[in-house]
Write a protein that binds this ligand. Structure first.
Ligand code: SAM
Length: 259
């Protein structure tokens, strides 16, 4: 059994397998439609914060946008670089940076942070620093689009232990996600145990990772955005702009405009 790793370290090896059913094309279609509808100026450049294995970023790149992706996980970025090579997309670059300390030396028309990246910023300081960084990297009037774990729904539905079984050509994989809530800090510690059985040798490897997620409430999002020079343009269920945030909406979405 290996010791607990930095978030997305060992885990990243299986990330794309865990999420192979995730509809990245549908999400990129949606986000593109959203910023096209809400942006005041034509969108040419996108910064994808917490880009992970680069799937959104590369899809945006294939549509002609100039894209930079940042992530703090070198192993996730290695997947992104590899995929970039396979797809031969030139107008996308990936950089190892922390969302709370981004320094790209330019501004973008749109910033995205997709698949709960903001919830990984569990402390007030980290949240504030991420929003300040995003603000510094957006053109005035530019849009910041992100999805997030919505507090009232997390409290209403309560996270449960989940087991996912997967396989690829070489291995059978079981992922157990055990959540532990801290209702004082508004966090859920998700302990992931990944059990990998090699199909050839029968060798078993166990990986452990803990992801600390902070669920967010609308007033604190609105306030933190305001303090960092944003106004909320829209808040709704993720990928359902006509549906308001509610107890049954675990994933919320905000589009904020840099003033
Ligand atoms: C659930 S993954 C989402 C990855 C990608 N956006 C996607 O949709 O597949 C969350 C990602 O956020 C990154 N992340 C979380 N906090 C971060 C931070 N402070 N700075 C940089 N990356 C961060 C993690 O390394 C991880 O790759």
């Amino acid at each position: 059994v290996l010791p607990i790793m930095t978030t997305f370290d060992a885990y990243s090896k299986y990330y794309d397998l865990f999420y192979r059913e995730k509809d990245y094309v549908g999400e990129v279609d949606y986000v593109e439609a959203r910023f096209t509808a809400l942006s005041r100026a034509p969108v040419k450049s996108i910064l994808d914060v917490g880009c992970g294995s680069g799937r959104h970023a590369l899809l945006f790149g294939q549509r002609g946008y100039l894209v930079q992706g940042i992530d703090r996980s070198k192993t996730m970025l290695a997947l992104a670089q590899q995929r970039k090579g396979e797809l031969a997309v030139e107008n996308v670059t990936f950089h190892c940076q922390d969302a709370t300390d981004i320094a790209r030396g330019r501004r973008f028309d749109v910033v995205t942070a997709l698949f709960h990246v903001i919830n990984y910023q569990a402390g007030d300081r980290a949240l504030d620093a991420m929003l300040a960084c995003v603000g510094r990297h957006l053109e005035p009037g530019g849009l910041f689009i992100f999805d997030f774990w919505y507090g009232p729904a997390v409290l209403h539905q309560r996270p449960e232990t989940r087991v996912k079984r997967l396989e690829d050509e070489t291995a059978n994989i079981i992922r157990i996600a055990e959540p532990r809530m801290d209702v004082k800090r508004n966090t859920v510690d998700v302990n992931y145990e990944v059990i990998v059985t090699d199909k050839g040798s029968g060798h078993v490897q166990v990986l452990n990772e803990r992801h600390c997620m902070r669920y967010l409430f609308y007033p604190e999002i609105e306030q933190l955005l305001a303090e960092n020079g944003f106004a909320v343009d829209a808040a709704s269920q993720w990928m359902a702009p006509d549906r308001p945030l509610g107890e049954d909406t675990w994933s919320g979405e905000v589009v904020a405009r840099r003033l």
